[in-house]
Design a protein. Structure first.
Length: 825
């Protein structure tokens, strides 16, 4: 059994190609593979055509003929005479012929269109001398008319043109002149009985200088050559490529001797995955030829020189004549050699793309296998990367529509094939393309692709780092809808990140954050607020629900952000000066009524920044803000707007400060808060100086010393947390109640403590001082991570410390829990 990988066969083909002595005979199987009808299909359709065009020929007549006549030529002969009888001419028959075998219908199917281009490239890339028994023009495209031979007279004088680029001989005629087409039985007999035709073809087939390769022929078609190929050869000059299933060995062994009798060696290739495997077989042969040919090296070098120059008509003709001599990998390498080397690369890429026979090289859906040991990227994808990069970098108008079409096709593939993200050069090329031109950025498919990139785990696929490509600010000139999607994408990506610092976000924010917040402030505010709310209000670790830090510091701070929350808060704050009055009032009213600290603090900050609009609304809710939890934001608001308060507002503030209790459990902190607010307001009236004196008079000497050791008012307001004045002892009754309860009772107690924001009261001190006892008595080591993570921070720290020292816990379990904590926080 000899298959297409056989060394002797391939050696014969390679030598013939290098010597320009390979003739390829093309049969009906090739046309059928490319979407054209088989003989049997054509004959049956001719009879259907007769039903509609012949008055006395019925559907029943057609069915009887199809059932009883099996030979396609006989059915065509019947149809031919029926039509000729109908109008006493060949007109109807000629019309049918042209319609039936035209490439127009099959080319409308994109799959067949690609196959036609590919087949044409492969066959003509192997040989410039083609003989065809087909009448269609599949292989004729771009061959000069004078090198297309199909008339009776031409076929009576077969003489291969030496040193010509391409030539094709249609042994049975061509649609170029349909009246010379051979289809009926009589026409076949006349053609093959013609001594001049017979002698010419006989001499051709039996000239020892040529190697002949038959493709697309079945047994029945080759019987036509029975009387022509009758000089038995040695089997080293004529080959027939024939498809077989992998288990068709006995069939091959039975058929091979038949062909040997005509001097033809039968070459097997697989069809287990369909007849399309012929494409790969021909591509492999072509690669073998190129790998062993000095001629190929010379052609490649000459093509490279031509591509460095400005495109001209003669240069384009040279490319069209010689480009097919290269294998797909060499074509791809040649195109890549264009990049960055001359000013004409975009023009040449545009030219190559527009040639139908090379369109398969830029096909986004049908991959061309790459057998390279170093680079497995399909050649078509590699070529598309080149084309898209070329547009992204040079903005060539010629490549704009092509890049738009091809990028959309690739986006469709990414939607279905997540594995494509492993091709990082392709991903980055598409990102670069999208961000290089606002037309691309405005496409929904482009934004969908960026969103999918954002969901990838690989950090090196973070498209945000490329957002400011070439400093061209594409995002700022995109349409409003695109900007909104980008804002949402960026915010979600950052808020879901586990990084403390995100350089890519920082870079994006510095380039676009302020401009976007100014242009679409309501949207930026809504997205930032919504995403922050989800995280902060639900998080058991967020310091915005624990520490009471002032929003003001994020507006002024130039320090590196400590978390994803910090980054998004900064962006939210930038939008506040620009949001509409309606949005401002709605956001304030919603937040001030919320039970969540973050939202309520934000409402105070809104009043701080947009005081002229929210002053009345703010003062109407002032009494609800007498808590240490809101003190930092309140202090900032009064400090920034002290000069603008009316007399009525000053009276309201006086009453608020004098009657409020910022911290009922820690008197020194309550006094510190009141005193500092009065100090801010002293310049607006003596009543605040008097109130401040009255407040401070309640302090003893140690209290005053403690206050003076803190330079910042906001630090003094936290005095109870870290100051030396008050000492709280643990309560044995509280401890007993905890130890008599269950593990679940303890969890509820801790969570209630966190929700009320109480800090270091008796319960907390009791838990801190007796935690090891609680840990052992209640069996806390068995707690799940989800339960542990719901506890207040100080309890989590106590648990981790006891857990780490617990001799009963295995090292493996300890490491596992610590790893989970590290990833979660």
């Amino acid at each position: 059994m000899i298959d297409y990988k056989d060394a002797a066969f391939r050696k014969s083909i390679v030598k013939a190609v290098n010597d320009d002595k390979l003739i390829i005979f093309v049969g009906a199987g090739i046309s059928r593979l490319c979407g054209l009808p088989s003989w049997d299909e054509a004959s049956n359709r001719l009879l259907e055509y007769c039903v509609s065009h012949c008055r006395n020929f019925t559907y029943a007549n057609k069915e009887r003929i199809i059932a009883n006549v099996k030979d396609a030529k006989e059915k065509i002969t019947i149809g031919y005479y029926l039509l000729k009888k109908e109008d006493d001419s060949d007109a109807l028959y000629q019309t049918w012929l042209k319609n039936e075998f035209s490439l127009d219908a099959s080319s409308k199917d994109k799959n067949f269109s690609r196959k036609q281009v590919r087949m044409r490239s492969l066959i003509r890339g192997l040989s410039s001398i083609v003989f065809s028994t087909n009448v269609d023009l599949l292989l004729d495209k771009d061959i000069p008319y004078e090198n297309r031979f199909f008339t009776k007279e031409q076929l009576q004088n077969i003489c291969i043109k030496e040193k010509t680029d391409q030539q094709i001989w249609h042994l049975h005629g061509s649609l170029d002149r349909s009246r010379d087409i051979v289809f009926t039985t009589r026409q076949y007999l006349e053609r093959y009985a013609d001594p001049r035709f017979r002698d010419n073809l006989y001499n051709l087939l039996n000239r020892g200088e040529y190697t002949i390769l038959f493709i697309g022929y079945g047994l029945s078609e080759l019987q036509l050559l029975d009387f022509l190929v009758n000089a038995k050869g040695d089997g080293t000059r004529m080959f027939l490529l024939q498809p077989y299933f992998s288990d068709d060995g006995p069939l091959y062994e039975a058929e091979a001797p038949y062909y040997i009798d005509y001097g033809i060696t039968l070459i097997k290739y697989p069809k287990d995955h369909g007849y399309d495997e012929l494409f790969q077989v021909l591509a492999d042969l072509k690669k073998e030829v190129n790998d062993s040919s000095s001629k190929t090296t010379e052609i490649y070098s000459n093509l490279e020189k031509v591509l460095r120059e400005k495109p001209t008509e003669s240069a384009e003709c040279y490319i069209k004549r010689n480009f097919d001599c290269l294998t797909d990998d060499l074509k791809s390498n040649l195109m890549f050699s264009l990049r960055g080397k001359n000013d004409y690369s975009s023009q040449w890429l545009f030219f190559l793309y527009k040639q139908e026979e090379y369109s398969y090289l830029f096909d986004a859906f049908n991959d061309l296998p790459n057998s390279s040991s170093d680079d497995k990227e399909p050649f078509n994808i590699k070529n598309l990367r080149l084309l898209l990069n070329e547009f992204a970098e040079k903005k060539s108008e010629d490549l704009f529509s092509i890049s738009k079409e091809k990028s959309k096709q690739l986006f469709k593939r990414f939607e279905k094939e997540n594995d494509l993200f492993s091709n990082k050069p392709l991903v980055w090329t598409l990102i670069k393309l999208i961000l290089s031109n606002y037309h691309f950025l405005n496409e929904k498919e482009s934004l969908g692709f960026l969103e999918k990139c954002s969901r990838q785990k690989e950090s090196d696929l973070d498209w945000v780092s490329y957002a400011d490509i070439d400093n061209n600010k594409t995002i700022l000139i995109a349409n409003k809808q695109s900007k909104k999607r980008i804002v949402k994408m960026i915010v979600r990506k950052r808020i879901e990140s586990d990084k403390y610092e995100d350089y890519n976000f920082e870079k994006f924010f510095n380039s676009f954050g302020k401009e976007l917040a100014h242009e679409i402030p309501n949207y930026v505010f809504d997205v930032c607020f919504t995403e922050l709310k989800k995280v902060i209000n639900k998080s058991k670790f967020s310091h915005y629900n624990i520490m009471g830090d002032c929003f003001e510091k994020y507006a002024k701070s130039q320090d590196v952000s400590l978390s994803s929350e910090d980054d998004i808060i900064k962006w939210l704050l930038v939008s506040i000066p620009s949001i509409t009055e309606e949005k401002l009032i709605t956001a304030f009213n919603s937040g001030i009524k919320s039970r969540h600290l973050f939202e309520k603090r934000l409402s105070i900050y809104l009043s701080n920044v947009r005081f002229s609009i929210l002053r009345d609304t703010f003062f109407s809710r002032l009494e609800s803000l007498s808590s240490i939890s809101y003190y930092a934001e309140l202090y900032s608001l009064i400090s920034n707007n002290v000069k603008f308060f009316s007399d009525g507002e000053l009276k309201q503030l006086y009453h608020f400060i004098s009657s409020s209790s910022f911290d009922s459990k820690h008197s020194i902190r309550d006094i510190a808060c009141k005193a500092d607010l009065c100090r801010l307001l002293i310049e607006r009236g003596p009543m605040f100086a008097q109130l401040r004196f009255a407040v401070l008079s309640k302090l003893n000497k140690e209290d005053v010393e403690a206050l003076s050791s803190f330079t910042e008012p906001l630090e003094r307001s936290k005095l109870a947390r870290i100051g030396p004045v008050q000492t709280i002892e643990k309560d044995e009754k509280v401890l007993k109640a905890i130890l008599n309860g269950t593990k679940d009772d303890f969890i509820r107690t801790c969570n209630n403590l966190k929700e009320t924001q109480d800090e270091f009261d008796v319960l907390e001190v009791t838990i801190i001082n007796s935690f090891q006892t609680i840990y052992e008595k209640l069996g806390l080591p068995s707690l799940e991570f989800a339960t542990i993570s719901s506890l207040p921070d100080f309890v989590i720290n106590l648990f981790i410390n006891s857990f780490a020292k617990d001799p009963a816990i295995t090292i493996e379990r300890k490491l596992n829990l610590f790893h989970i904590f590290a990833n979660d926080t």
